[in-house]
Structures are given as structure tokens and as C-alpha cells.
Design a protein around this ligand. Structure first.
Ligand code: NAD
Length: 503
């Protein structure tokens, strides 16, 4: 039995929770009915933040503000170079407040502070990338339609967009949406998760300081039913970009279909890492542990299924177990922690339920498997389950916790069958020194991203999104701004009318 985790209380524990108001039309306001949401640090237990809790009246005000800013404000009409300047200024301001934002995300989500710093640094890079795309956004022209015709295809901002984000990467995920929508000239209503809204409110302040006109970005804290749902069904909203669970994503798509809104969906994953005997097994073992336990496994890209060739399974798993036992679980604010707290007690119990069901179905929990005792907060031990078969829930469903399921294979076809045997298709990894093997897996896996001899790297230049029930559309990449535009075709005719109809 390990000694209980000793979590020390940070200075914030003895201070009043930080208060955040809604951002509507450039003003910080209380919720119309005066309600608020308190968020306690899952790693420490004390209340960190209190947000004004929006309701349907506030959604209406935020959408109207975004609509006015779109219809009559300067943002969609200014030069791309001017929009890019605001995005670049925002990136600089985010960078200058990196430590503060990382600390808010670590306190509210339970993620390790060192990892949070990396996410905010990554977000800065994305804001700069989006600024560069603002200036290269362009349409097409067709001078090959005969002498009398010139065809021009414009890219115009789509309008008001609703952006809805989850709790697991609070600042990073809004940074995968908002700068691209802004680069296109859209205006937005943003809803972060009700558990991790603080850093998004800080982003709102940063944008105003960077010179974003009032009403272009409106931020609402609140729950899915009272805030997310009306943001999706509102007739003045033209597009919904949603990141979250596949279950809520389906509801969101159905609601958006009422007014035929464009949707972009970044949803769940059940990703496999396939390991062949000729791989660099030391690197693959490290990546297996990283893939399974990064962000406590609360990650759409988690490599939650380890698919190992039978010939190396015993030795490889022994190496993975040794590494897993070295993963430092603890205080999210401790620089040395690799795994922090679980987002909520309910979620931790759900994850524990998957482990219990796997055991009952014949799985072998050969590392971890328990809740860790601590003086504060909720923590799970990184867990590895062997003897997993494809029909078990743990092999098919998104567990969203630090739980690695191990399956074995003999042939490439078998490995591909296992990798593809889920409703999800977000990402996958393959480990082999053989180019044929790597290419066969990379081509055969039905997922939006495949990492070859690496895992879970991300670059703003590379599109990201899912096949199957992992989503619709792509974020990032050179077309990320186009996603927030409509195409308009204009046909210029010159000279005498051609093709007279009546006379
Ligand atoms: P969730 O689906 O419960 O919530 C996501 C957001 O939707 C939250 O802001 C929530 O308040 C809101 N919401 C809830 N009900 C709504 C409704 N009826 N209408 C509109 N909005 C509503 O997801 P979560 O638990 O916050 O996040 C975890 C999930 O997100 C996992 O499934 C994970 O895989 C997924 N995720 C996917 C990606 C990706 O890029 N593919 C990235 C991160 C997380």
C-alpha cells in the first residue's frame, strides 16, 4: 500500500475565489437572474472560481451582440492585415500571461502545471498561425469561361458562430477555434465547460486589450441545457463548432439541423497504438505510457488501447509496467507531477466502474487499478489491464481515465481489425522499423491522424479531426480559416447579352 499523497494547499486556498462575469457586447456583466457557478479545484478541494451563470436571456443578449457586431461593426469589414494585427497582439498578451493562465487551467482541471504551460505555449503558436492565415485567405477567379464572362469566387465570413468547448484542454481547444473564426471575420458566442471557464474569461479580457471591437467575442459560463442548447438552436447563429463527447455531439448536430447550420464536430476517441517486434521498443514503451496516462487519460487522443504483437507481448508489457509505476501522480501544481487529479468524483467513479467491469469480464489488472488515498482531491493510479478482448466495453468505449487496455495480435490484418473495431476514428499510432509495415497500418487505419514512430504530437499546420463517430470536419491546418467562410460565386458579364432567351 502506497503512502497517501500529501497535497499542499496553495496560496489561493486561503483567498476568496476569483470571480468572473459574463462578457457580452464588450461589457462584463452579472447573469440576468443573478445565479453563479462555483468551481472547486479537483486536486485540492477548495473553491477556486465563481462564474456568473448564464441562462437563456443571456444567450439571447450575447447572440444579438454578436449579430450586431457582424452586421454593422467594423470587424468583418476591416483589412485582413488589421485583423491579423489584433490576433498577433492577443498572442503576445497570452504569452505574457502564460503562467497565470496555465495555473488557472491546472487548478480548475487538475492537470499538471508543467503540461498546462506547454498547452498555453502551444495556443500562442496557434494564434500566430491563424494571424498568418488571415492574410492568405483568398478566393478564386475564372477567366476561362469565354471572353464575355469573368467568374469570381469570394470567401466571405459565415456570420455568427457558436463555439462550445470541453473541460480537458480549456485554453488550447478554444484556441483551435476562435482565432480562425476571427481571422475569417466572423463574430462569436463562446461557451467553455462549466467546470473550467476561468481561462476563457481571461482570453476575453486579452482580446479586448488587443483591440477587438465590442461584441465580436461574447463569453458565457453555464450548463449545456440552458446555454449550449440555445446557442446551437438560435436562428441568428450560422455555424456551430463543438468539441466534446460523441453523445452530446449527436444531440448538438440534431439541434443544429433545425435551421441547417454548418457544424464542425470534434468528438471522442478510442485510439490504438500498434507495436511490432521490430520497433524501437524502448521508445514505444515510453509512448505507450505517455499515450495512456497523459492528462490522466482524459484526452480525446489517449492511446487507450495498446495493440501488441504476441511475440513480444510479455517482455514489452513488463517494460510498460515498470515505466507506468514510475509515473509521478500528484499535486497538479507540483512541477514534477506527470498525472494530476481526476476532473470530478463522478467521473472518477465512472472510470473505476470500467475497471471493475473489465475485471469481471476476465481482464487482468496487472498494474494500478485503485483510487489513491490523499489528504485532498481525487486521484487515480495509472492502470494497465491485460487479457482484454475486443468485445469488452473497455476495448470499445471511451473510458477517459488513466487506463490502458492491452490486446494482442499475430498478423497486420488482425492488428488493423482490432484498431478499426470501434465506432470511433480519431487517431492511431504504429511502431515498427519497417516502412512496409508502417505504411500498411497508416493506410489501413480508419482515423483522422496516424502517428508513425511517435505519438500525440500536434502542429498548427496539420489538420486534426476524426473519422466515423469521432467527428465531422477538421480543425487547424491551412484550410482552418476557410471552414468559417461561405463561398459566393459572382459572374461578371460584359458587352452584348449573349444567349438571348426571348428576343
Ligand atoms: P461534453 O460533451 O459533456 O461537454 C462538452 C461541452 O458541451 C460542454 O461545454 C458542455 O457544457 C456542453 N454541452 C452539454 N450539453 C449540451 C447541449 N445539450 N447542447 C450544447 N452544448 C452542450 O464533453 P466533456 O465531458 O466536457 O469533454 C470530454 C469529451 O470531449 C470526451 O468525449 C473527449 O473525447 C471529447 N474531446 C474531443 C476532442 C477532439 O478534438 N476530438 C478534444 C477534447 C475533448
Amino acid at each position: 500500500m502506497n503512502a497517501p499523497l500529501n497535497i499542499s494547499m496553495p496560496a489561493e486556498a486561503s483567498q476568496a475565489p476569483k470571480a468572473y462575469k459574463l462578457l457580452i457586447d464588450g461589457k462584463h456583466i452579472d447573469a440576468s437572474d443573478g445565479r453563479s457557478i462555483e468551481r472547486a479545484s479537483p486536486g485540492h478541494g477548495f473553491v477556486v472560481s465563481r462564474y456568473a451563470q448564464a441562462g437563456t436571456v443571456d444567450v439571447e443578449a450575447a447572440v444579438q451582440a454578436a449579430h450586431r457586431a457582424f452586421e454593422t461593426g467594423p470587424w468583418p469589414r476591416m483589412k485582413a492585415s488589421e485583423r491579423a494585427a489584433v490576433l498577433l497582439k492577443a498572442a503576445d498578451l497570452i504569452e505574457s500571461r502564460l503562467e497565470e493562465i496555465a495555473r488557472l487551467d491546472a487548478l480548475e482541471s487538475g492537470k499538471p502545471i508543467a503540461q498546462a504551460r506547454g498547452e498555453i505555449g502551444g495556443a500562442v503558436d496557434i494564434w500566430r498561425y491563424a494571424a498568418s492565415l488571415a492574410r492568405t485567405l483568398h478566393g478564386e477567379s475564372y477567366a476561362n469561361l469565354g471572353d464575355a464572362m469573368l467568374g469570381v469566387v469570394l470567401r466571405e465570413p459565415i456570420g455568427v458562430v457558436s463555439l462550445i468547448t470541453p473541460w480537458n484542454f480549456p485554453f488550447l481547444i478554444i484556441s483551435q477555434k476562435l482565432p480562425f473564426a476571427l481571422a475569417a471575420g466572423c463574430t462569436a458566442v463562446v461557451k467553455p465547460s462549466e467546470m473550467t471557464s476561468a481561462s476563457t474569461f481571461v482570453l476575453g479580457d486579452i482580446l479586448l486589450e488587443a483591440g477587438l471591437p465590442a461584441g465580436v467575442v461574447n463569453i458565457l459560463a453555464g450548463f449545456g441545457a440552458d446555454v449550449g442548447a440555445p446557442m446551437v438552436s438560435h436562428p441568428l447563429v450560422e455555424m456551430v463548432s463543438f468539441t466534446g463527447s460523441t453523445r452530446v455531439g449527436k444531440m448538438t448536430m440534431a439541434a443544429a439541423s433545425n435551421s441547417l447550420k454548418k457544424v464542425s464536430m470534434e468528438l471522442g476517441g478510442k485510439n490504438g497504438q500498434i507495436v511490432f517486434p521490430d520497433a524501437d521498443l524502448e521508445a514505444a514503451a515510453d509512448a505507450a505510457v505517455f499515450g495512456g496516462f497523459f492528462n490522466a487519460g482524459e484526452c480525446c487522443n489517449a492511446g487507450s488501447r495498446l495493440i501488441v504483437h504476441e511475440a513480444i507481448a510479455d517482455d514489452f508489457l513488463a517494460a510498460v509496467k515498470t515505466l507506468a509505476e514510475k509515473v509521478r501522480v500528484g499535486d497538479p501544481l507540483d512541477d514534477r507531477s506527470k498525472v494530476g487529479a481526476m476532473i470530478s468524483v463522478d467521473h472518477m467513479e465512472k472510470v473505476a466502474g470500467y475497471v471493475a467491469a473489465a475485471k469481471a469480464d476476465g481482464g487482468n489488472v496487472f498494474s494500478g487499478g485503485a483510487q489513491l488515498a490523499s489528504n485532498a482531491g481525487q486521484y487515480l493510479d495509472p492502470t494497465i489491464i491485460g487479457n482484454v478482448t475486443e468485445d469488452m466495453a473497455i476495448a470499445r468505449e471511451e473510458v477517459f481515465g488513466p487506463v490502458l487496455s492491452v490486446l494482442t495480435f499475430e498478423t497486420i490484418d488482425e492488428a488493423l481489425h482490432i484498431a478499426n473495431n470501434t465506432p470511433y476514428g480519431l487517431s492511431a499510432g504504429v511502431w515498427s522499423a519497417g516502412i512496409d509495415t508502417c505504411m500498411s497500418v497508416a493506410r489501413g487505419v480508419r482515423s483522422g491522424t496516424v502517428w508513425v514512430n511517435t505519438f500525440m504530437e500536434g502542429y498548427p499546420e496539420l489538420p486534426f479531426g476524426g473519422y466515423k463517430q469521432s467527428g465531422i470536419g477538421r480543425e487547424l491546418g491551412k484550410r482552418a480559416v476557410e471552414d468559417y467562410t461561405e463561398e459566393k460565386t459572382i459572374q461578371f458579364h460584359r458587352g452584348q447579352r449573349t444567349g438571348w432567351w426571348v428576343g
